[in-house]
Design a protein around this ligand. Structure first.
Ligand code: ADE
Length: 244
């Protein structure tokens, strides 16, 4: 997958060039190209923003440098995202949709945002990463890139990719334990140590349900309501929980 990022701060993007994503780039699964919007400013001071018409606080990014950058990378016809707290909040369904694309362009705004004509002309889709406001679109862009890249075939190990398809999708994860079996007097749940895979799977499913019901009742309700079919064992566990 090829991702073009347009930003005033290309040097911020170290995190998506290291670790798993760095390896994905080495393997040729992912290609991230950073384009500095400032390079496309025709202003002698390389200015990219100005005061908003109609007043109001802050500065607005001017259209010309952004148009120049988008034209330079050949963005016409590609999916263009604009990271903005005004966008629809990113969720895993959206991440999966984006992971199916071959090419993606991400525009990062700063200050009070970009001139609306950029978004209208380029038909950019606004995407938020949550209901809070950050100083710019760079961190949100990296969040989006990370969430999309981990779904690309070959980026994660087999185990992890299997997890994505697990029956637990739509629920929060069950608690995990590793060595040692006892740590400062705290024990690993017995069921995980006895090698009975059926009991282990049931325990994991029940824990996922309990955690989801407690922390995200919205997801819990949706899981119970929308799942097409449950196995007998799953039904039994769900009924147990609903009776608590
Ligand atoms: N830019 C500033 N805040 C943002 C947010 N919450 N999501 C996406 N882009 C942003």
């Amino acid at each position: 997958m090829k991702i073009d990022v347009l930003t005033l701060f290309p040097e911020m993007f170290v995190p998506v060039q290291t670790s798993m994503l760095g390896r994905a780039e080495e393997k040729g699964i992912l290609e991230i190209t950073l384009t500095d919007i400032r390079e496309f400013s025709n202003n002698k001071h390389r200015k990219t923003d100005d005061y908003p018409f109609g007043g109001g606080g802050g500065m607005v990014m001017m259209p010309d440098p952004i148009f120049g950058a988008l034209e330079h990378i050949g963005a016409k016809g590609k999916k263009i995202l604009y990271m903005s707290p005004r966008g629809k909040v990113l969720d895993q369904d959206k991440v999966m949709e984006l992971a199916g694309l071959d090419e993606l362009v991400i525009l990062c705004g700063h200050y009070e945002g970009v001139d609306q004509r950029v978004l209208d002309y380029w038909e950019a889709e606004e995407v938020s990463i949550g209901d809070y406001v950050l100083t710019g679109g760079e961190l949100p862009a990296m969040v989006l890139i990370d969430s999309v890249a981990r779904l690309l075939p070959g980026v994660l190990g087999n185990e992890d990719s299997a997890m994505q398809e697990s029956i637990y999708s739509g629920l929060l994860e069950y608690p995990q334990y590793t060595q040692p079996r006892e740590y400062r007097g705290m024990q690993v749940p017995e069921v995980l140590l006895n090698g009975n895979h059926k009991l282990i799977e049931e325990w994991k499913f029940k824990q996922s349900l309990l955690i989801t019901r407690e922390r995200r009742p919205d997801l819990f309700e949706a899981f119970i309501r929308d799942r097409e079919s449950f196995t007998k064992a799953e039904k039994k566990i769900i009924d147990e929980i609903l009776q608590d």
